[in-house]
Each structure stands twice: as C-alpha cells, then as structure tokens.
Design a protein around this ligand. Structure first.
Ligand code: NI
Length: 402
C-alpha cells in the first residue's frame, strides 16, 4: 500500500465503503447513510450534529481558542441502475454510488480515525462535514447556511478520479471545476392542424431554431481561450403526427471556468431565445437555475495541500496539474467562496482497466484510494492547522514557506 495506513483501518474503510455502496441514497434522502456515519463517529467518540435533514457535522476537539480546519466529504448517490456485477453492488433499484461518494465518506471517517488515534495531539480542531446533495449542487450552500463553517479558517476536500491511477493525488492550480447552471426555455406558440400551418405558430420549429441559434454563442461570442459549454439535453414537444405543437420545452446546462464568461453565456442565451421568439411571434419564458460557481485552487492552501500529499505519500505519487480543468461542476466551490481551501483529485483507476467514467452504470474504483485519500486528509488537516495556528491574523495572506 502506498499510503502508510494500518491494515485494520484500511479493512474498516473498505467494509464501510462497501456497506454504503450496497445501500445508496439519492440527494436529500441520505438517511441510512447519515445513520451509518453517525454510528462510526460514536465509535470514535467524536461529537456530531445534524443541522440538516441528512448529512452530519462533527468536530474533533483541538486546543482551545484555535480556529478549526474543515474536511468535507459528499455522501449522495445517483439515479442510475448499477451494472458493475460487483458482489456488493447496489441493492436499491435505480440508485447507484456512481460518483464514488461512498468512498469519500469512508475516507473521511478513516482520516478522522487517523487524527484521533495518532501519536501527536492535533494542532487545531478538525471539523468533519459529511455533506448531502452534492449531485444537485445544493448541499454545500445548505451546509454553509446551517453554520457548518462557523469558526473554520480553511477547508479541504477531494474527489476520486477514474482517469488517474490509484495511489496518485493530483493537485492543480487555478480552475479545476467549471460553474454549472441549468436552464429551461418554454416556448408557447399556437396549436393547430398539421395541414393548415398558416393558422399556427409551430413551437417545434421555433424550438429547433433556438437549438441551432444558441450553438454560435460559445463558438462565435466567447474567446476560445476561455473554455465554456452550452448544451441542450432535453427537447419536449407535441402529441400527434398531425397536430402542430403549440408548446415546446428545452432544458440544458451552461458551464464556464470564469464568472465573466458565465455571465456572458447567461445574457446571450436569454437574448437569442427572446429574439427567435419575436421573429416567429412565439412567447418565450426563460428560467435560469444558478448552480455552483467555478472551483478555483489558489496558493497558499494549494501549497499546504501539496506538502501534505508529499508527506502522506511518496513524492512520485504527487502530481502537479495532471490535467486541465474539468467542465463538470462541484459544489465544493461554494465553501471556497467563504474561506480559503483546496480541492484534490484522488487517483482511483483500477489497475489493468481503462479510464473509468463517473456517472456511468459500470463505474469502478480501486479501493486503494481509500488509503491515499484518508492519509492526505489527515495530513492536510494537521499541516493547515499548524500553519494557521502560527499565522492567526489572516489565512489568505500566509506566505508559501511550507
Ligand atoms: Ni461526485
């Protein structure tokens, strides 16, 4: 094993991860998962509370008067029918831990055990955030509003990554996840007989024009050096082959690595929809549901995260900027809007298998990642705690002397 973890602790993490994997729960339904985590915290004698309906906040006590360091794991599963054939595969129809959040919960409990059983006292209290509903992008904000960051000066977290070999921790500087907003466009035309189109306003035609017109927003309005995506994933209209549809609904998502680009995409999308509607005398209703902002790793917390990875693993397993930003969203970015921190990618590709895509019914991880993730989390909490305890004035201005 690459990370120095006791075999008994590793076995406990594997067993817990498999338990959670067998009984996955979708966003805001994580009741059994919350119960299982609470029992493990009880075993470790770590006080915990449930400020939301699901999820937990716990704290490992440290020296008095020192601000806490937070470690966060997300705990929800996805509405996907598992097809891995694992002997601990999901026994819940249509629900699967296809994003590895079962591993995140297990490795955070492993880190907690390392911190409470380690030979040295911890330099700062460690807040453990077991967050629900990451997949909806709403759990982090709810946790923040419930006070999960009160008294916390820095936060760290990470995600398993099926593209990177197990045992590697990748820490990139700058934007590592895109913003993620969803939108819904409702087109109201005039229904009528398919043989008398001149008496109608065809919502299918107007919707199709909108689908094509928005393709030029990213390709012709946004600087190609600033990655962004605008995708329409759903187009619903019509009831019969001989009836012109009076209503159509389009749904999609916009992703961007910078807030200015995100704002531009939102404005342009609304403008193009309104213009096409006016052109064809259809009524357009545009609704945007704002999701998490881009996730950006910055110094000095990135330096602490890298030093922790180097200490927890051996240096050949710490990678700098393995790959560019991922256009997927990650609601950890909400925490980084409040306090400094850093987000890691934990290599989890099983040996001998191709890269594994999360959000797929056949997603597999190498459980070795539990050891690397737990070791890094425990180490980064200690290092950040030591650094912030010696620079209590402002965590954002600490130099990189690590
Ligand atoms: Ni995920």
């Amino acid at each position: 094993m690459i990370a120095p973890i006791q075999p008994a602790l590793f076995e406990r993490m594997v067993a817990l991860r498999r338990d959670l994997h067998r009984d996955p729960e979708i966003s805001w339904q994580e009741r059994h998962t919350t119960y299982r985590i609470a029992r493990e915290l009880d075993r470790l004698e770590i006080a915990h509370a449930s400020p939301l309906e699901t999820g937990l906040v716990a704290e490992i006590e440290g020296p008095p008067g020192v601000p806490a360091i937070a470690l966060r794991a997300d705990i929800d599963a996805l509405p996907i029918q598992e097809e891995t054939g694992l002997d601990f595969a999901s026994r819940v129809d249509g629900v699967m831990h296809a994003c590895g959040h079962d591993a995140h919960a297990a490795m955070l409990l492993g880190a907690a055990e390392l911190l409470v059983t380690g030979p040295d006292p911890i330099p700062a209290p460690v807040r453990l955030i077991f967050q629900p509903a990451e997949e909806l992008g709403t759990g982090a904000l709810a946790m923040i509003e419930a006070g999960a960051l009160a008294g916390v000066d820095a936060i760290f977290g990470g995600h398993v990554d099926g593209h990177i070999p197990a045992g590697v921790i990748a820490l990139a500087e700058g934007t590592v996840n895109a913003s993620s907003d969803s939108f819904r466009i409702t087109i109201r035309g005039r229904q009528g007989h398919a043989a008398r189109p001149h008496e109608t306003v065809d919502a299918v035609v107007v919707g199709s024009l909108i689908v094509m017109a928005v393709q030029t927003i990213v390709s012709r309005e946004i600087d190609p050096a600033h990655p962004s995506v605008l995708s329409i994933g759903r187009f619903e209209a019509g009831n019969a082959s001989n009836v012109i549809a009076g209503k159509a609904v389009l749904e999609g998502t916009i992703r961007a690595q910078e807030m200015e680009v995100r704002d531009h995409l939102q404005r342009s999308l609304e403008r193009v929809c309104a213009s096409v509607g006016q052109l064809h005398e259809a009524e357009i209703d545009f609704a945007l549901e704002a999701g998490p902002p881009p996730l950006v790793n910055r110094e000095p917390m990135l330096g602490i995260a890298r030093a922790a990875a180097a200490a927890a693993l051996d240096s050949e397993h710490v990678r700098r900027a393995v790959r560019g930003a991922n256009m997927g969203g990650e609601d950890f970015s909400w925490y980084l809007r409040e306090i400094p921190g850093c987000y890691a990618r934990f290599g989890a590709r099983p040996p001998g298998l191709p890269a594994q895509s999360a959000h797929s019914s056949s997603f597999l991880i190498d459980e070795e990642v539990l050891a690397t993730g737990a070791a890094w989390m425990a180490e980064v909490a200690r290092r950040a705690g030591r650094t912030l305890a010696s620079h209590p004035e402002d965590p954002a201005t600490i130099g990189g002397e690590l």
